[in-house]
Design a protein around this ligand. Structure first.
Ligand code: PLP
Length: 950
């Protein structure tokens, strides 16, 4: 059939495969795989996932699932709101591969577009919150609250253990705080804000504005008291309400957090959405997550890049400010574009309308004899009800297919949003009245309520005056702005992105299509389960398939990134030992080659990190593991291992490593980032692992979104299943659960159809074939490039796994050219660099994935070889050691086209080193960026108009 998916997903044609195998000296693919993957580690049972469906068949099947979800009108609120995604944003950002297939903006010169969008996001947040500095997104509101709590704890050197929190925060925020506080030993006190007993033992306090019942409570007394005792004041605030209300900064808050979902991002049954985090400059070095800062390029022109990266887990490891890696870039871009599209006036108008309708609704309900909890609200009113009223109204609204917030037994919450019309208000009132015709005219209510909030709450300052929020309000201008930014970024639409460990494979269009369907994206995360049967079938399917693939039967979809999966998995292990009466087991062994999130997550889980050495082959040193395991025998909780290892080979002794740890009573955690090398060939559960996370945004085709969203579900062995995450609003998880780790029960549920589609279209054999081809491609690249850049580590028979590490240290000794120079020069060739200097400094880690064609692999290899010769020209005295194509890379058009060309090489060499570039050339928009300058002169938001020269 014409729409069979496998040959679309795999880049190689049969004859290319033959060519490559011949090049490698292998008779056939299976012969290669047999040599790469040690026989005793191979699974003997093929995958049980369903046989392959074609693209159209799979779309039909997923439509059937979608139709089992019911899109009732929701007034539930609780941190999630229906909103209108401007179609120009939906089509040209959310559904545009130029945005969604990009990688995290580490190579800043070719990421200026999304860096600018994120810079706008940070500006939006600092303006709305009235605070100095904001990051470029966090995973969700509840984890952002946890990050704020942990920041408070850290800035007090962990000397103050008490943290006070408003009882009227969202239940999911309270639940996540509980889990995270317990893990690191913070004493969480939940109380009414007036009952906060703030003293010198308190590191901070958090209140919600407006609170869980929609009520605005004066935060001044709490923050004044907090200031007096030196505790941090934190506000969880709805960003849309902040266009109307006095902002956190003006109340004296030290930190503000919240969700930017309602700024144009669909509900998605819980996610993905971008949380925000803003604080005062004083805490800039403590901010979790990524932050974009302004710097300058080698020509002195302004250029953006990630700022203060030394805070991040990649560098600080167990001393990092947080474990966040993948965040929510695509959603932060959407929210910032929503603000660019509407501008300050537009946002204010949206908020005012909502507030007006809420006022009318409140007045109407009062007239109908209901008891409205408070008159100080923004968009949510709460009616106090007796049991009988509650039951009757619940029935009435259910019959009308309307969801209200029935979570609180004392009454009902009604939240209005951007989509609410006056007809909706009328309908709500009729239902509350119990009759179609109201005893008063809605028009009168409308006229009587068009007044603003009470003065004390009103925002009076001017905000979002920056140019970018003024200029692009016509669709023509806006569309061009979106495309201008997008064209400054290199993504999978331009070239392969051979990032080791990140698995930048195809994100197929058919996989992406269902994400835009209302049956998946217009559903509130707390909608009753009867309305979300399609989703639950999808979760069940994915659970069955992931359990089969990993060999670990218990699955939780709550963690929304790999880092969160790590934290969750380790908390599961910790709980297991608590339950067995061995709470002292808190030591986590982590090999030196591990990803930075591993030690950072272990610390967040309250573990003590003990490093394990690697030998000169990159393998975990079995003797050192033995020594450490026995040294900490009574305290040993876990070993965290990446397999195949981060140095790109299948270590033959992995079973033995697991056995050693089990022998001392510990559990083994698999960092599943490299699952793309295992699917169908090995099952982690069979190898001896007890827990693993799966980065669905790597192996299972969720696009990277330029740095998020992602999904990091965990799979656990039977004995750990009862500890899986639960949720305070929707029933899920194990009997003796660790608690809640994300705001939504299934976190970023709306992107799960992507992985579902992938598995359905590939089929069991296709999934396994993808693994084989990924391994073939990696070995092909390794073999081709080895004469120029030696492959650092190989397995027993001389092969690599699905990625390889190229050693550039010899080149540096010979030529003075560094990894960074090669990475920047690759931009001139139209490529994104492989993973730089990790896990070994001075190397590049290449992962081609199964989706690239032989032509593209060759194009990449030829670029690398071209660069090698350019570097060797320096050693041979033909090129200047300082003024050369590598040290000066990348070369933007502006430099190449300049009249004054004073370099020792030609413009042609600079811009067109290989002939293919004449056909299509990606021009890096800026020259090499000065990172240190930007950190010394930190600027993380757009200056007001007047600060720009000219
Ligand atoms: C990507 C990666 C992680 C982190 O996963 P996120 O989803 O980005 O949080 C952890 N370990 C390894 C080896 C990785 O490659």
């Amino acid at each position: 059939m014409s729409d069979v998916f496998l040959p679309r997903h795999l880049g190689l044609k049969a004859k290319d495969q033959e060519t490559m195998l011949r090049f490698l000296g292998c008779p056939d693919l299976e012969a290669l795989i047999t040599q790469v993957v040690p026989a005793h580690l191979r699974t003997t049972t093929p995958l049980h996932t369903p046989p392959a469906a074609t693209e159209s068949q799979a779309l039909t099947q997923v439509k059937v699932l979608a139709q089992r979800n019911q899109t009732w009108k929701s007034y539930q609120g609780m941190g999630y709101y229906a909103c209108i995604t401007p179609t120009v944003i939906q089509r040209n950002v959310l559904e545009h591969p130029g945005w969604y297939t990009a990688y995290t903006p580490y190579q800043a010169e070719i990421a200026q577009g999304r860096l600018e969008a994120l810079f706008n996001f940070q500006t939006l947040i600092t303006e709305l919150t009235g605070l100095d500095i904001a990051n470029a997104s966090l995973l969700d509101e509840a984890t952002a609250a946890a990050e704020a709590m942990i920041l408070s704890y850290q800035v007090h050197q962990q000397q103050r253990r008490t943290f006070w929190v408003d009882r009227h925060c969202w239940p999911q925020t309270l639940a996540v705080l509980q889990t995270r506080a317990e893990a690191v030993g913070i004493d969480l006190q939940v109380a009414e804000t007036h009952a906060f007993n703030l003293d010198e033992t308190a590191c901070g306090c958090l209140l919600q504005y407006p609170n869980s019942h929609g009520v605005l409570v004066d935060p001044q007394p709490v923050f004044t008291r907090a200031q007096t005792v030196g505790a941090l004041g934190i506000m969880a605030a709805d960003p849309l309400s902040l266009t109307q209300l006095k902002p956190p900064g003006a109340w004296g808050a030290d930190i503000a957090i919240g969700s930017t979902q309602r700024l144009g991002v669909p509900l998605g049954y819980g996610g993905p959405h971008a949380a925000y985090f803003a604080t005062r400059s004083a805490y800039k070095r403590h901010i979790p997550g990524r932050m974009v800062g302004l710097s300058k390029d080698s020509q002195g022109r302004p250029a953006l890049r990630l700022a203060l990266q030394t805070r991040e887990q990649h560098i600080r490891r167990e001393r990092a400010t947080s474990n966040i890696c993948t965040a929510q870039v695509l959603l932060a871009v959407m929210a910032s574009m929503y603000a660019v599209y509407h501008g300050a006036e537009g946002l204010r108008g949206i908020a005012q309308e909502i507030h007006h309708k809420a006022k009318a609704l409140a007045m109407g309900c009062t007239k109908l004899g209901y008891d409205v909890l408070s008159q100080d609200f923004f968009d949510t009113i709460f009616l106090t009800l007796n049991d009988m009223q509650r039951r009757e109204l619940h029935q009435r609204f259910t019959t009308a297919k309307i969801n209200l917030n029935w979570f609180y037994t004392e009454g009902v919450g009604i939240n209005l949003d951007e989509t609410t019309t006056w007809t909706d208000v009328q309908k709500l009132l009729s239902l509350f009245y119990g009759q179609e015709t109201l005893p008063f005219a809605l028009g009168e209510l409308i006229a009587q309520t068009s007044v603003h909030n009470q003065k004390v709450w009103m925002r009076t300052d001017n905000f979002l005056a920056q140019d970018v929020f003024q200029k692009y309000h016509s669709e023509t201008e806006f569309l061009r702005y979106v495309y201008r930014l997008q064209s400054r970024d290199l993504s999978l639409t331009n070239a392969m992105m051979p990032l080791g460990s990140c698995t930048m494979k195809l994100n197929a269009t058919s996989e992406m299509i269902p994400v835009s369907w209302p049956e998946f994206n217009a559903i509130h995360p707390f909608a009753p389960l009867e309305q979300t049967q399609g989703y639950h079938q999808l979760f069940e399917d994915l659970t069955t398939w992931l359990a089969d693939i990993t060999g670990l039967p218990g699955v939780s979809f709550q963690p929304n990134a790999g880092s969160q999966g790590e934290l969750t998995g380790l908390l599961v292990i910790r709980k297991y030992y608590q339950q067995r009466g061995e709470p002292q087991r808190r030591v986590c062994l982590i090999p030196q080659s591990a990803h930075g999130t591993n030690p950072a997550s272990a610390v967040m889980a309250g573990f003590q990190v003990v490093p394990v050495a690697c030998d000169n082959q990159g393998n975990v040193d079995e003797d050192d593991l033995q020594t450490k395991a026995s040294q900490y025998a009574d305290q040993l909780a876990a070993l965290m291992l990446t397999y195949p290892s981060t140095h790109g080979v299948f270590e033959t002794g992995v079973r033995e490593l697991c056995q050693i740890v089990h022998g001392y009573g510990g559990q083994v955690y698999l960092d599943g980032a490299n699952l793309n090398a295992l699917v169908g060939l090995c099952r982690p559960g069979e190898l001896g692992f007890d827990v693993c996370h799966v980065n669905l945004h790597k192996t299972f085709c969720i696009p990277h979104g330029g740095g998020g969203p992602g999904m990091g579900p965990i799979a656990v062995a039977e004995h750990l299943r009862e500890f899986l995450p639960t949720h305070p609003v929707v029933v899920t998880g194990g009997q003796s659960s660790i608690g809640t780790v994300a705001a939504a029960p299934w976190s970023s549920a709306s992107i799960l159809p992507i992985s579902w589609m992938y598995m359905v279209m590939m089929g069991a054999e296709g999934l396994t074939q993808a693994t084989r081809i990924a391994i073939l491609n990696a070995n092909y690249v390794a073999q081709r490039l080895d004469p120029y850049f030696p492959v650092l580590y190989r397995g027993k028979h001389g092969w690599v796994a699905h990625e390889c590490i190229l050693d550039l240290r010899p080149l540096k000794i010979q030529t003075g050219i560094e990894v960074e120079d090669v990475a920047k020069r690759l931009m001139d060739y139209g490529f994104h660099a492989p993973t730089m200097s990790w896990p070994v400094a001075g190397t590049l880690m290449v992962e081609p994935t199964e989706s690239e064609s032989l032509a593209e692999l060759n194009r990449f290899c030829e670029a690398m070889i071209g660069i090698y010769h350019e570097a060797m020209a320096i050693a041979q005295g033909q090129a200047d050691p300082q003024d050369n194509v590598l040290k000066n890379a990348p070369h933007p058009a502006e430099i190449v086209a300049t009249n004054a060309w004073h370099h020792s090489y030609s413009r042609e060499q600079a811009a067109y080193p290989v002939p293919g570039l004449r056909e299509v050339k990606f021009w890096p928009p800026v020259a090499r960026i000065d990172n240190a300058y930007g950190d010394r002169n930190l600027v993380c938001s757009c200056p007001p108009m007047t600060d720009y020269p000219g």
